[in-house]
Design a protein around this ligand. Structure first.
Ligand code: ATP
Ligand code: MG
Length: 406
């Protein structure tokens, strides 16, 4: 008989080790892995495919309740048993609602935990059998739509828009969303989302051909369910990542997500160009000031020469009706309609940023949150499109103009 494969999730190493020791005594059970938090639990479950997860509740990065909720649809074959202290009974109820099969109160005896595991495993036999039947694929996932946020003037709100749109997309329809920080040196997506980037995109630089498994291993999971490929923790590590890596990463992640949102550095360089090339949509973000409008016009010229005009959407951020420059002035100046506007809301944005909570979650009633939800609605209702093939000759000539090409 095959053994019951278990993943132990607890932020305290000693607890994980003592549970592992207890379970090692039982010949029907095999501990296949450990995780020290909710985010790690999701990654390990997707990688190891255990029958059962023993999940602690209070963990610093993502708590066990949220992780259980995410696992209930990301890994439906895996059953979750919650381990918690008596004082956490309120949370226990929430965990059961989130999809846990059983709970066990700490401290427990070896017999308690083994009996609970055997009981849940038996109860879920039918579920595993049904989910194991090879049938029509449960979801016929079409490749992700890649959205790349760009501007050649810094500080216009690319990261803010990228983060909020990604979180809203994930919250809205259980879509699989990946947020990639292509501002490799000074990217700040992790701090916008209060994530500790233990693993980053720079860790992929050592590999010559980057495969999905490797990329997945370096992602962080935000509580909204958004996966994040964070920028390197030290600027010098960013040097190791090449445009070729970025091309490979985007090709590898595309079949595994519904939406991939790329936040860029504020200039045309090899990295941003390789991201823009595979993007299905390029969102040019601008503010209501002359330098930003001027830079947008220049960027539009370049994007047109690259044959990317059809992918471009214009996002006017920090929109203020009372500004001396009007929406019409801007549209006349760039010779294009603005697709979306997001209101200027100084205080909520700063407070949300300092708390590491996206505006859409911290201030759902703010005007800007409402506008971001509208953008997301538009994305969802639009069917995914195929990207026009790039013109390699044109790409080469632009690399020359920018002194790129290695
Ligand atoms: N609609 C808005 N209203 C008020 N403040 C905003 C708005 N959008 C962004 N901000 C603020 O503007 C600042 C810059 O935003 P953000 O970091 O997103 O810009 P960026 O384009 O990514 O910058 P960089 O080029 O440095 O990467 C942040 O402090 C953010 O909170
Ligand atoms: Mg940014």
């Amino acid at each position: 008989m095959s053994k019951i494969r278990i993943l132990i999730v607890d932020d305290i190493k000693n607890t994980r080790e003592s549970i592992r020791r207890i379970l090692n005594f039982n010949t029907e059970i095999e501990v296949v892995g450990e995780a020290n938090g909710g985010s790690e639990a999701i990654r390990q479950t997707e990688r190891l495919n255990p029958d059962l997860v023993l999940m602690d509740i209070s963990m610093p990065d993502m708590d066990g309740i949220r992780a259980t909720e995410l696992l209930s649809y990301r890994a439906p074959k895996t059953s979750v048993i919650i381990m918690s202290f008596q004082s956490e009974t309120e949370y226990m109820k929430k965990a059961m609602i989130a999809g846990a099969k059983e709970y066990i109160v700490k401290p427990f005896t070896g017999n308690d935990i083994i009996n609970t595991i055997l009981k849940v495993y038996k109860k879920d036999t039918r579920k595993r059998e049904i989910l194991n039947i090879p049938s029509e694929p449960l979801e016929d996932r079409s490749p992700a739509r890649i959205i790349s946020l760009f501007s050649t003037k810094g500080g216009v709100g690319k990261t803010t828009v990228a983060v909020n749109v990604a979180v809203e997309l994930a919250n809205r329809q259980l879509a699989k969303v990946l947020l990639i920080d292509l501002n490799l040196q000074f990217g700040d997506i992790a701090s916008f989302l209060n994530l500790v980037p233990k693993k980053t995109i720079a860790d992929l630089a050592q590999v010559t051909t980057v495969k999905y498994e490797e990329i997945r291993f370096n992602m962080l999971t935000h509580t909204s369910g958004v996966e994040v490929l964070a920028a390197s923790t030290r600027p010098e590590y960013a040097e190791l990542i090449t445009a070729e890596h970025i091309g490979q990463i985007l090709n590898e992640v595309k079949p595994n997500f519904d939406y991939v949102i790329c936040d860029n550095v504020s200039r045309f360089d090899e990295i941003s160009l390789s991201g823009l090339e595979v993007a299905d949509e390029i969102w040019l973000v601008l503010g209501m000031d002359i330098p930003s409008i001027k830079n947008t016009k220049l960027s539009l010229d370049i994007l047109q020469n690259l044959n990317y005009s059809h992918k471009v959407k214009i996002i006017l951020n920090r929109f203020d009706k009372k500004s001396t420059i009007t929406l019409k002035d801007i549209e006349d100046s760039i010779n294009l309609k603005v697709d979306y506007t997001i209101s200027n809301e100084e205080q909520p944005f700063i407070t949300a940023l300092n708390k590491g909570i996206p505006l859409i979650e911290a201030y759902p009633n703010a005007n800007a949150s409402e506008e971001i939800r509208k953008i997301v609605e538009k994305i969802i209702e639009k069917p995914k499109e195929h990207v026009a093939k790039k013109d390699p000759a044109k790409m080469k000539s632009f690399q020359k103009i920018f002194g790129l090409g290695r």
